[in-house]
Design a protein around this ligand. Structure first.
Ligand SMILES: CCCCCCCC/C=C\CCCCCCCC(=O)SCCNC(=O)CCNC(=O)[C@H](O)C(C)(C)COP(=O)(O)OP(=O)(O)OC[C@H]1O[C@@H](n2cnc3c(N)ncnc32)[C@H](O)[C@@H]1OP(=O)(O)O
Length: 179
């Protein structure tokens, strides 16, 4: 379910994608994954090396423990969800997570810098097929976490209808609630 149908072309960068090397801002200041105003969030900040994929570093801290001095798997899955969500936003359409599969290959001690990378394997209709990995200590370090995801394209109205339209217009000035 997270593998693109055969014949799906690899994606090309969107004409409005950020330039290679650009930092990606937060999509919402209150986001648990990337929000700058979130008091206890993961505060993941990322950049795109190529307009198609995303790279970020996440330092595992004491608030992220599951077992003593080891990262909680759900926190690591959140980090994967976040960088995958950032990477699909490069295609300049809103998507939500439909399915997120996570493989935990190595324990991740508190204090570890996880080097995260997310990329898209293909888009077919409303479905985007994505992957991510988290490597310990360096961009070519051992893979501790791997994820595969199916994200589903939605209208911006999805967030207004189910969430807070005013918060969206406050941060996405191009979004009109009643266009
Ligand atoms: C202030 C601004 C805010 C706005 C910012 C916008 C830009 C964002 C930018 C950057 C983001 C960066 C970071 C984000 C990171 C976090 C992402 C998250 O965690 S998102 C939250 C968790 N996910 C949900 O809450 C989804 C809840 N689910 C739903 O709302 C619906 O189920 C939805 C929209 C996913 C699908 O519902 P339907 O009614 O539109 O469509 P149907 O027909 O059910 O599905 C379409 C196709 O997808 C398949 N599908 C759907 N769910 C599936 C699943 N779980 N597994 C497999 N296939 C699935 C279906 O089988 C169908 O396929 P067939 O067209 O028939 O081939």
């Amino acid at each position: 379910m997270t593998t693109p149908p055969s014949g799906t072309e690899p994606p090309k960068p969107h004409p409005d994608a950020p330039a290679p090397g650009s930092a990606l801002g937060t999509h919402y200041s209150g986001c648990f994954g990337c929000g700058v105003d979130h008091p206890t969030g993961l505060h993941i900040s990322a950049f795109t090396p190529d307009g198609l994929s995303v790279e970020a570093e996440f330092v595992v801290g004491e608030p992220h423990q599951g077992a003593p001095l080891l990262a909680h798997g759900g926190v690591l899955a959140t980090a994967m969800d976040e960088v995958i969500g950032m990477s699909v936003w490069l295609f300049r359409k809103p998507y939500v997570t439909g399915r997120l599969e996570t493989d935990f290959l190595l324990p991740v001690p508190v204090g570890t810098t996880l080097h995260l990378r997310a990329w898209c394997n293909g888009i077919s209709g409303r479905k985007a097929y994505l992957e991510a990995e988290g490597r310990i200590g360096a961009p070519d370090g051992p893979v501790a976490v791997r994820a595969a995801a199916l994200f589903i394209e939605v209208e911006m109205e999805h967030f207004a209808r189910h969430g807070d339209a005013e918060a969206i217009t406050a941060e996405h000035h191009d979004f009109e609630v009643n266009p």
